[in-house]
Design a protein around this ligand. Sequence first.
Ligand code: NAD
Ligand code: ZN
Ligand code: ZN
Length: 235
Amino acid sequence: AGIAAEPEQVVKKYLENVEKPLEEDCIICMEPLNIASGYSDAVESKNIKPTAVGKLKKCAHTFHQLCMLAMYNNGNKDGSLQCPACKTIYGEKTGTQPKGNMEFSSIPQSLPGHQDCATIYIVYTIHPGTQGPGHPNPGKPYSARGFPRHCYLPDNEKGRLVLELLKLAWARRLIFTIGVSSTTGESDTVVWNEIHHKTEMNSNFSGHGYPDPNYLDNVIAELAAQGVTEDCLKM
Ligand code: NAD
Ligand code: ZN
Ligand code: ZN
């Protein structure tokens, strides 16, 4: 992750000063932009005034600068910002996936719906451990159920692209997170993040199997929503 920049610097880097804000509300604190940030009492800043307003450089959504700082401080402080209105990512978003291992290989069988090619087989292994910064309960243990988890992609051009994107998402700690499992209700456990995987090869009891003609396009879109795109692979 490298050495994190100061939170104020990160906010300043991606926001342009707005001198005369329009008469609209800040969607972070719900207060009008022409009065002080609703987070003025909760967040201290030497360089950002409670009335300062900023516009995000790419998407042009506008917020109190102090509200942006509060939002950033509330996350994993990786030097990136995500617009709370439109989800545009500034910088490189990383997640809180605990340490583990990702392995992949090709197997000769084909998947339902992809009879013309072999299969990419991915195995994720994560062991239980202790939560760190950015997790729901730092210092408390987390469980890791159902590992190793086995996943499948068609071994064709688009499937191999998805594999490369998943490898990058793994490196950026975006595949899993720690939270409450919606399947089991257990808290403080390792759960899939917002990138869907196919965990059944020849059946579809869970709804996470094949055939699914839209799967590769859907997962490419989910990866893009986390800032992981084909362009990142060219850099
Ligand atoms: P979750 O239930 O909180 O769901 C998070 C996301 O994962 C959701 O988008 C959901 O649609 C997706 N998801 C749910 N079940 C999935 C599955 N079988 N394959 C692929 N994606 C799935 O997340 P979670 O608790 O990490 O995932 C639940 C799945 O993990 C279980 O169905 C099972 O495969 C595995 N698991 C196994 C055990 C075990 O003891 N063997 C325990 C917990 C979870
Ligand atoms: Zn605000
Ligand atoms: Zn935006």
